[in-house]
Design a protein. Structure first.
Length: 259
């Protein structure tokens, strides 16, 4: 019994040492196998370029560094020629005008004009300075001619510190000259006017030649100055001694909305 215990005691360390060596060898073998297996999937860039055909791409024997990158600058340059806007087109979009086309108006174009002006009576002598508010409409029958009408409200102070009122309703024909963004309308209006002084009223004919100078700021708006004259006859069939012929001139500012 004692002898077996001694033999077991002697063999025990030897067995444990052998097991340690065996386990160490197994670990070393496992890591070596894992390293070797991982190297089998370490595919280089060249291998990716050659194996691309397996994924639906074109095969190429050229190295990865020889891949051609898209020529974005040239491609965009060509796109600008096809789809891009030139400077003239950009300016046209900003202003609503074609900078190379001096024909600002065409058939069917319309505008509404609002103006403020100062009046001065040349005759009769008893009228002083006055003012004028006007509202007009124009329709273009072609690029040169337009037709329309005006409604005005005029007043004049008299020497006797009274007020003479003149409210014309007139049809209007205009020749429209245009150079670049500048327009020169030359017009003649004619119609009838309701006139009032103190307790007296008169309805009679009236005419007005006028010239303007306008600058088209964009496709919808223009602003300018006007110079015109009113020709205002008063005729009394039964009282010819009361006949009058009035003439007033006006100068003012106007704004037009084009549509």
């Amino acid at each position: 019994m004692y002898g077996r215990f001694v033999i077991a005691s002697i063999n025990a360390p030897t067995t444990r040492g052998f097991m340690k060596r065996f386990l160490s060898f197994c670990f070393i073998a496992f890591f070596a196998a894992a390293f070797t297996f991982s190297q089998a999937f370490n595919i280089s860039n060249d291998d990716w370029s050659k194996s691309g055909g397996a994924f639906g791409f074109e095969n190429s024997d050229a190295p990865a560094s020889s891949f051609e990158t898209p020529e974005t600058e040239d491609d965009w340059g060509e796109a600008d020629e096809d789809w891009g806007e030139t400077e003239e087109e950009e300016e046209k979009k900003a202003t609503g005008l074609n900078v190379t086309d001096f024909e600002l108006n065409s058939y069917g174009d319309q505008n509404i004009q609002i103006g403020l002006a100062g009046n001065y009576a040349l005759a009769p002598y008893n009228l002083f300075w006055g003012g004028n508010i006007s509202l007009g409409y124009n329709f273009f029958i072609d690029s040169l001619f337009s037709i329309g009408g005006n409604v005005n409200f005029n007043y004049h102070r008299t020497r006797g510190s009274n007020v003479f009122y003149n409210v014309p309703f007139m049809a209007k024909g205009t020749i429209n000259l245009a150079v670049g963004r500048y327009e020169i309308p030359i017009s003649l209006s004619a119609g009838f006017a309701l006139q009032s002084y103190l307790t007296r009223f008169y309805l009679g004919p009236i005419a007005k030649p006028e010239v303007g100078f306008f600058y088209r700021t964009n496709s919808e708006w223009s602003i300018g100055v006007t110079l015109g004259a009113y020709i205002i006859p008063q005729y009394y069939i039964n009282q010819p001694e009361n006949n009058r012929f009035g003439t007033t001139v006006e100068a003012g500012l106007s704004i037009r909305y084009h549509f």
